[in-house]
Design a protein around this ligand. Structure first.
Ligand code: ADP
Ligand code: MG
Length: 379
């Protein structure tokens, strides 16, 4: 994670995880502080006390900010916020993240996702948030022509991406596992969800984006007018900078540490998927990463090495960053042409950068990346 003034890098990506009505729970339990779990909570050195106001003299917004960095959802989460009730906003946001993790963790016993994965074939009562997430995911699976598919979990496990005991599975094994990945066969019945026999789901590709939406909603309700919430590389921007300019967000380089360029944006989510997040090199010398093509069960080999989606809905941006990585340039661009409200930065393996026209003039390459061709895609 890099903090350079107002430059923040969507560096580390996250994974998944979450209990009962989280959106309300936070509001309903004032004063009931949930410890932020086993995670080390660490205050940023820059945490500043509000500057004292002289009577009658209003201090500029910059004088008072609240920052917080902590570990949850398998990643580093950091916040930098400005506005009213900042401490309360941070506290509520952290509780909310903790509650969502308790609902959507694929490994935590008792989470909605864990229970679903362990009771296939029978109805499992889940929280409202989980039902919303699942119906959203069903829609996205359809809209992306199956490129986004949360029911690949058994395949993800077979490759060893969950345990880091990596292996290249046999073709027959992949084919056998792919027989149970028709996500549309999942059923929602009232307050319950029924997974078909042998299906297992994981929302690693969308949970952080969804969490970003809910956290921003909570923070705005508290009185936050400006800020950055970085959920391990999924960046949510609230409003503009305190001095009224767009935020400058570093876009992670797929070629190594650091950023490739800076995007100017405000009040939106910037979410990147890349093959560099989790991968291993097989005995055959090939690199295998954690974003899988649902058609083959193998790491997506679409020619895209990094897909950044910018838009006002974090859940959508997250699902699409994964889907674009699977669809490839042509598929991602035709999706963009057919849908409003999102913009993309796509980097291909032949080292070209493609910007959709809404980002034209807002993205600047770093000095080190000068020379990489940037193409603007028109509707
Ligand atoms: P990250 O979690 O690194 O931010 P993504 O948002 O792209 O990256 O999500 C990748 C995770 O989603 C994988 O670790 C895996 O659990 C799951 N996954 C892999 N391939 C797909 C896919 N095609 N559709 C939906 N989820 C996927
Ligand atoms: Mg994603």
């Amino acid at each position: 994670m890099i903090w350079l003034g107002h430059i923040t890098a969507p560096g580390m990506q996250i994974s998944r995880e979450p209990r009962d009505s989280v959106r309300e729970a936070v509001q309903e339990m004032p004063g009931q502080e949930k410890p932020v779990q086993e995670m080390p909570v660490q205050e940023m050195p820059g945490k500043e006390k509000p500057v004292q106001e002289m009577p009658g003299q209003k201090m500029p917004a910059l004088a008072s900010r609240e920052t917080q960095t902590f570990f949850a959802m398998d990643t580093i989460i950091s916040m930098e916020i400005y506005g009213d009730h900042k401490e309360e906003a941070v506290k509520r946001a952290m509780n909310q993240i903790d509650s969502l993790e308790a609902l959507w963790s694929v490994t935590r016993e008792g989470s909605d996702v864990y229970e679903l994965n362990h009771h296939q074939g029978s109805p499992v009562k889940v929280s409202e948030e989980t039902r919303e997430l699942v119906s959203f995911a069903l829609g996205m699976e359809q809209e992306t022509g199956g490129a986004f598919n949360p029911s690949l979990y058994p395949v993800v496990k077979t490759w060893g991406f969950t345990t880091r005991e990596y292996q290249i599975p046999k073709e027959e094994e992949l084919q056998r596992l792919l027989e149970h990945t028709d996500f549309q066969k999942l059923q929602i019945e009232g307050e319950a969800i029924i997974l078909p026999e042998r299906m297992e789901i994981d929302f690693g590709a969308v949970a952080k984006g969804y969490t970003g939406d809910l956290v921003v909603e909570t923070m705005k309700k508290c009185g936050i007018t400006s800020g950055i919430v970085n959920l391990g590389g999924n960046v949510a921007l609230i409003g503009q900078t305190p001095d009224g300019r767009p935020w400058r967000t570093g876009i992670r380089s797929p070629y190594g540490e650091g950023t490739i360029g800076v995007l100017e944006a405000e009040d939106c989510h910037i979410i990147t998927s890349g093959g560099y997040e989790r991968y291993f090199t097989g005995e055959d010398g090939k690199v295998y990463w954690h974003i899988l093509d649902p058609k083959t069960g193998c790491p997506a080999d679409s020619g895209i090495i990094s897909a950044t989606i910018v838009g006002t809905e974090g859940n959508r941006c997250d699902a699409l960053s994964t889907a674009a990585f699977v669809m490839g340039l042509e598929g991602a661009v035709s999706y963009w042409r057919a849908h409003e409200g999102i913009e993309m930065i796509l980097i291909t393996e032949d080292n070209q950068i493609y910007l959709t026209e809404g980002l034209d003039g807002r993205f600047t390459l770093n000095e080190m990346s000068q020379g990489i061709p940037v193409h603007v895609i028109k509707k």
